[in-house]
Design a protein around this ligand. Structure first.
Ligand code: PDD
Length: 287
């Protein structure tokens, strides 16, 4: 089946969807994005994603491309047209194209943002075999720019990090800045020691994960102890267990860091429990 995508007001077969070669997203990574998961044909944490999108746009002086209502309608229409039961909706808004290359932002009165959405069908998103095995991660230096709280499409270094992990026979990388873990290449990072969940506090150093917010709320409701503080990779290596959170992998147990097995080297009980709670609660709240 040919995928139907959305580009600037139109639903089109993916082979017919086009964007200008002068688009600033293409030339300058001048754009932001969101990834929303779909379970049972419904959107997970949609509200959080549209609120963060609005914030990313505002921080970059970009115009909102659509209203919340329009975005919801487009998400739902794409899920329906592409028959998605489990999967992802990718949304990208760029500063558009004024028909040339210039570092200076074009006038937003004459240059409209480019908005693109497409779905990714992932039949095993919830029942992901990778979550049963747990992820092996390596640590690498965090050399990204300083506004990681804005969800921009500048994803070259995270891609390189995933490739470094792959070459090392691992699944992902955690990023280290000034001796402390910031986050994963495309997820937020946590470890658990003596029943306490530790994760880095929110700042401009990390993305304010929508899944992070939901999982920390659910962990607090389950009477689990949480510490939001800086932590080192050595602390994580000595932990009982570890995990990451993201819209695309929910709660993903981490079983190995830099070749050191955590606990007995299998997914830990808190990560497994939080994954179950998150999936359960999210399905109930999905829209
Ligand atoms: N990545 N940190 C980074 C650097 C991320 O790229 C992501 C999400 C997260 C988790 O945020 P959330 O819980 O809102 O998905 C944290 C998405 C899934 C991606 O790039 O595909």
């Amino acid at each position: 089946m040919t995928r139907t995508v959305y580009v600037n007001g139109e639903y089109l077969p993916e082979t017919e969807a086009t964007v200008s070669i002068f688009d600033r997203g293409f030339l300058m990574a001048d754009g932001v994005y969101e990834v929303t998961s779909v379970l049972g044909g419904k959107l997970i944490d949609f509200e959080g994603h549209v609120v963060r999108l609005a914030r990313s746009l505002k921080e970059l002086d970009m115009q909102p491309a659509c209203s919340r209502g329009e975005l919801l309608e487009i998400h739902r229409e794409l899920v329906k047209l592409n028959n998605i039961d489990e999967g992802l909706v990718y949304l990208q808004v760029t500063r558009g194209s004024d028909g040339d290359r210039d570092f200076v932002f074009p006038d937003p009165k004459t240059t409209k943002p480019t908005i693109v959405l497409f779905t990714q069908n992932k039949p095993n998103l919830a029942d992901n075999p990778a979550a049963k095995k747990g992820a092996k991660i390596i640590s690498i230096e965090d050399i990204r720019w300083g506004r990681r709280d804005i969800k921009t499409v500048q994803l070259l270094y995270p891609s390189m990090g995933k490739m470094m992990a792959k070459k090392a026979g691992c699944d992902d990388a955690w990023l280290i800045e000034d001796g402390h873990v910031t986050e994963g290449t495309s997820n937020n990072a946590y470890f658990v020691k003596d029943g306490t969940i530790v994760t880095r506090p929110l700042s401009t150093d990390i993305l304010h994960g929508i899944t992070r917010k939901a999982v920390l709320r659910m962990a607090a409701e389950a009477q689990l102890k949480i510490e939001e503080r800086l932590f080192t990779i050595d602390e994580a290596k000595e932990a009982d267990e570890a995990f990451t959170t993201s819209a695309s992998a929910f709660v993903m147990p981490v079983v190995e860091i830099d070749g050191v097995a955590l606990g007995d080297g299998t997914p830990g009980p808190i990560a497994k429990r939080l994954r179950e709670i998150y999936l359960d609660e999210s399905r109930k709240a999905a829209i």
